[in-house]
Design a protein around this ligand. Structure first.
Ligand SMILES: Cc1ncc(COP(=O)(O)O)c(C=O)c1O
Length: 401
């Protein structure tokens, strides 16, 4: 009998991996499901980025293993990108580590810092990978709840309680996962919040791990936690080209922070992979140097889609904040549904439109749903049409009861 390792206990298959199978089944039955769930940009990268990849890949001398620390060209481009857009200084030689997407970085960080039984603060609602990576690394998750009435910011009094309780129980709180613009709520950060996070990390000697992949989407003021004075003492930051440059499938991300942190994570990561394909790194460097017009054009498309997403959510009688950032719209469901799962299932099975139930991001998301903006505007129009027809039928039936 072959058994899996204990570390997999309590770790399920990723929600979207399961759901996409179910959607495939529905499609085989002829449903033609419109997927407004997953956040994978459908638009292509800039043509100049593709051109660099094509030119580089044709060269004979670019196919070998690459440095574990990434190409100096890419690290310089990453450092310049941080300076230009976030006014943050990160040394390209010592304070940046290119990653194969930021998702792997979440695991590397947990494996680098958590001993068995160590605790990590994770946002609820939040990106589910923080939770699974902490558990896979042998750590324990301490949920901190984000609430709408608190602008989806951490409640620092609750955080203090969690720290006090852990210390009473003899456990060490080593990491805190934070992510602004926040996924799934779309909440933007304030400078005050960033300062409070740095102070909190300092006070309790907790490594604040900021995950920052959404700062360029529907947001006029991209910000980095590393731009706060003294942040490097306690902060490391993940970033990604997946969303900002429409390069999710390329798998290019980065970790930045104090040189000592980068070396620590590299000790783990260099045992996991053997660097990134050079043409891809050089094309990514090109992407990072794109002018402001690139972000402007991408955001024009998302803005139009967002207007349609609002229309769809109005039909479902959901409530939402119009100022949210990122490539999703997060919305509160009406009271006549028990949870976002119920609303999501009703819409999927009756109209063939898939919307993510907020509960997959944690219990605090149960009364919400999340609509992705990664589908063409025609798909939104078709979704609105289907949902309109369904509700008209429901109304008709109710009249004849
Ligand atoms: C909050 C958050 N962090 C990280 C990631 C992973 O991005 P990447 O493609 O860089 O691995 C995602 C992807 O959906 C995300 O939503």
């Amino acid at each position: 009998m072959i058994t899996t390792a204990q570390r997999l206990e309590g770790i399920g298959e990723y929600y979207f991996s399961q759901k996409l199978r179910e959607i495939d089944e529905l499609n085989k039955q002829g449903k033609q499901v419109i997927n407004l769930g997953i956040g994978s940009p459908d638009l292509p990268p800039h043509p100049d980025v593709i051109a660099v990849l094509q030119q580089e890949v044709a060269k004979p001398n670019v196919h070998a293993y690459q440095s574990y620390k990434g190409s100096p060209v890419l690290r310089k481009a990453m450092s310049d990108w941080y300076k230009t857009w976030y006014q943050a200084d990160v040394n390209p030689d010592t304070e940046i580590l290119p990653l194969i997407g930021s998702k792997e970085g979440i695991m590397h960080i947990c494996m680098t810092y958590l001993n068995s039984g160590d605790r990590a603060l994770v946002p609820n609602p939040g990106y589910p990978t923080y939770r699974s990576a902490v558990k896979l690394a042998g750590g324990e998750c301490l949920d901190y709840e984000l609430k709408e009435e608190n602008k989806w910011e951490p409640d620092f009094a609750q955080l203090e309680e969690l720290i006090a309780r852990s210390s009473h129980e003899g456990a060490v709180v080593k990491l805190m996962w934070v992510n602004y613009p926040q996924m799934p709520t779309g909440q933007l950060p304030s400078v005050e919040l960033y300062k409070k996070l740095v102070d909190f990390g300092r006070k309790h000697r907790i490594l604040i791990c900021h995950d920052n992949p959404y700062s360029f989407i529907l947001n006029e003021h991209p910000a980095s936690l590393l731009s706060i004075d003294g942040a490097k003492e306690v902060v490391i930051e993940l970033n990604s080209l997946s969303k900002s440059h429409n390069m999710a499938g390329w798998r290019v991300g980065l970790l930045c922070g104090a040189a000592a942190r980068i070396d620590e994570v590299l000790r783990f990561k260099s045992n996991m992979d053997s660097g990134m394909f050079l043409p891809l790194q050089l094309a990514a460097a090109k992407a990072l140097g794109l002018p402001a017009t690139w972000y402007g054009e991408v955001n024009e498309v998302y803005k139009k889609r967002r207007t349609k997403a609002f229309e769809l959510l109005d039909l479902l009688q959901c409530r939402y904040d119009v100022s949210q950032a990122g490539m999703f719209v997060w919305a509160r469901i009406p009271d006549n549904y028990e949870t976002g799962y119920a609303l999501s299932d009703q819409v999927l099975y009756n109209t063939g439109v898939f919307i993510t139930p907020g509960g997959i991001f944690g219990s605090a998301g149960n009364q919400y749903i999340r609509v992705s903006l990664c589908s063409p505007i025609e798909k939104f129009a078709e979704s609105i049409h289907r949902i309109n027809i369904f509700f008209a039928q429901v109304k008709d039936q109710q009249q004849y009861v």
